[in-house]
Design a protein around this ligand. Structure first.
Ligand SMILES: Nc1ncnc2c1ncn2[C@@H]1O[C@H](COP(=O)(O)OP(=O)(O)O)[C@@H](O)[C@H]1O
Ligand SMILES: [Mg+2]
Length: 159
């Protein structure tokens, strides 16, 4: 488990960008944390680093959005907030194998999805999450063989 303090939204995007070079087709990234924690902000930085044509925004009203990237492997961005179960996630009929898939609100809904990297983002001080930059606590864990050698080095450089 890697634990970080991310001081502001810009640093959260930079954190997403740091994950980009580690990812390949078939990888799954699970993001959890309350509304306004910074899941979409993280994904925006990840998408920019993967070279998506358009900026990542919250997919709340479309469940899943596929973004072509410069590598040819699309980034599929899922907001599972309104999904109750893993079964529904499977029903989305995503091309998991050939995509990098990021799922916001994945906790408890991806239990059969196998290897993945999980980020839990916490806002320690409460208050209005959209008001201004404030630190987030981020825990990063690798699940399964794919991530068994997850190395803290790329994550720990100062922002
Ligand atoms: N340290 C931080 N990390 C990420 N976002 C932050 C931080 N501080 C303030 N913010 C703000 O919090 C909001 C996070 O929103 P968003 O990324 O959409 O959250 P989520 O997708 O988890 O609901 C943004 O308005 C962002 O600018
Ligand atoms: Mg979001």
């Amino acid at each position: 488990m890697i634990e970080l303090v991310i001081p502001d939204a810009e640093a959260m995007e930079a954190l997403g960008a740091r994950l980009a070079p580690l990812l390949r087709a078939g990888d799954l990234v699970q993001l959890d944390g309350e509304l306004g924690a910074g899941k979409t902000t993280f994904t925006r930085g990840l998408g920019a680093a993967l070279g998506t044509r358009e900026a990542i925004t919250s997919p709340t009203f479309v469940l899943a959005r596929e973004h072509p990237t410069t590598s040819g492997t699309p980034l599929v961005h899922v907001d599972a907030y309104r999904l109750a179960t893993a079964v529904e996630l499977e029903d989305l009929d995503l091309d998991w194998e050939h995509s990098i898939v990021v799922v916001e609100w994945g906790a408890g809904k991806l239990d059969d999805a196998g290897d993945r990297i999980e980020l839990m983002i916490e806002r320690p001080h409460g208050g209005d999450p959209l008001a201004e930059d404030s630190p987030r606590h981020v825990r990063i864990a690798g699940v399964g063989d794919r991530w068994k050698d997850l190395d803290a080095t790329p994550w720990t450089a100062a922002f």
